[in-house]
Unconditional design. Structure first.
Length: 405
């Protein structure tokens, strides 16, 4: 019997999981890949300024742990995190008004992993998640991959409306509400203290988890610090606080953490065991050694001062750059500024022309869970010096005025 070509043809491999097929990639990462050329002034990425890293201090910390305790630094560690690092993180959290012990914390491989672990521990496909509008892109990605139904909470220039949140919790019965209340990504806005208290009360009254993401809170240029939602008594048994060293020490360390009630923290630890067993030991020990030997607060103050000057440079140039009728935020800290061009503008459609002028931003539409606003965009003001920011915005203005400008 003669075999046919069809009988020898290999079968197609099984398809990818539906959750991956339905979830898009990171728009920011896609833009960064296009704008990697050194001549591009890039306002798109949330990249800390590398010249402000304390490279000497970080290198000394690694040298110390690799010289003094190499067997431990290069070995497996516990899933929950190195005790020295958790103790230091607990002390820093307590000093900022939220009493914390090391066992309250789980060290994660960046705070992005914390979002993934929470999605695994809390969400079933079809569960509802409430988010700010606009919202941090990677959070939308994590919740989408978990199969969640995402609903945006209305708000204004001060952030989410607690009354609208209360109504949506009652109607939608969500598992969690995700928020970046301090120097929010992408808008840079900060939720006022009275709204934070109202959010905590609504969560307690209605029964919902709050995921409070705080990667930028230490980068304050002006104004007074606003207490965490997690510090409000009604929300203490239902708030997960996320932190990170990516914006204040170095993103390459990939050190983040979550502070959560015991049962949820244990569930996240189980999820982490399945994901990566533990965050790299040497990175954890180096971070702990840095905190022991160096003054991180002094370093952060120096970085914040520089970032404040860069924000000021951007704010000073924008009136002559964006079209008449545009509006933008004035953040008191963090890394981002949010702008809206007049009706009729589409920042996604405008981006190719902008890129031809060797400057980049992130269109605002992907940050919206629903009803995207095509006239919005996000600008990161920390990666470049004030002079580079001025030049970059000059290029942006030329691009926005069109080819004949």
């Amino acid at each position: 019997m003669t075999a046919t070509a069809t009988e020898h043809a290999p079968a197609a491999p099984p398809p990818l999981a539906a959750r991956v097929r339905s979830a898009g990639g990171s728009v920011v990462r896609d833009i960064l890949a296009v704008t990697a050329r050194p001549e591009v002034i890039n306002f798109a990425g949330g990249l800390p300024a590398p010249e402000l890293f304390d490279a000497e201090g970080v290198a000394a910390a690694y040298q110390a742990v690799l010289t003094e305790t190499p067997d431990r630094a290069l070995q497996y560690s516990t899933t929950e995190g190195e005790p020295a690092l958790r103790a230091a993180l607990a002390a820093r959290t307590g000093a900022r008004g939220l009493p914390t012990v090391p066992d309250d914390l789980l060290v994660t491989t960046g705070s992005q992993q914390a979002l993934s672990l929470l999605a695994t521990a809390l969400l079933e496909p079809g569960d509802t998640v409430l988010v700010e509008n606009p919202c941090y892109l990677a959070a939308l990605q994590a919740f989408t991959l978990a199969g969640a139904r995402i609903v945006a909470v209305p708000g204004d220039e001060d952030g989410v409306d607690p009354g609208a949140l209360d109504d949506l919790v009652a109607r939608e019965r969500p598992k969690l509400f995700y928020t970046v209340p301090t120097f929010q990504n992408p808008t840079g806005r900060t939720l006022p203290a009275d709204r934070r208290a109202a959010v905590a009360e609504a969560a307690a009254r209605r029964g919902v988890w709050i995921v409070e993401d705080d990667p930028y809170g230490e980068l304050r240029f002006e104004g007074a610090r606003v207490p965490w939602i997690a510090s409000h008594e009604p929300a203490r048994d239902r708030t997960v606080l996320l932190g990170s060293f990516s914006k204040v020490m170095a993103p390459g360390l990939r050190i983040g953490w979550l502070r959560a009630p015991a049962a949820l923290r244990r569930a996240c630890a189980v999820a982490k065991q399945a994901a990566d067993l533990h965050t790299p030991t040497v990175n954890q020990l180096a971070a702990a050694r840095y905190l022991a030997d160096r003054d991180l607060d002094t370093h952060v103050a120096r970085v914040a001062t520089a970032y404040g000057a860069r924000r000021d440079a951007m704010l000073a140039a924008l009136p002559d750059v964006l079209p008449a009728g545009s509006r933008w935020t004035r953040p008191e800290g963090g890394m981002f500024l949010w702008a809206r061009l007049p009706d009729g503008h589409d920042t996604t459609a405008l981006l190719p022309e902008v890129l031809r002028h060797d400057v980049a931003y992130v269109p605002g539409a992907p940050f919206h869970a629903t009803a995207p606003d095509p006239a919005t965009l996000r600008l990161c003001f920390v990666t470049h010096t004030p002079d580079e920011i001025t030049e970059g915005l000059h290029r942006l203005g030329t691009a926005l005025r069109g080819p004949a400008a």
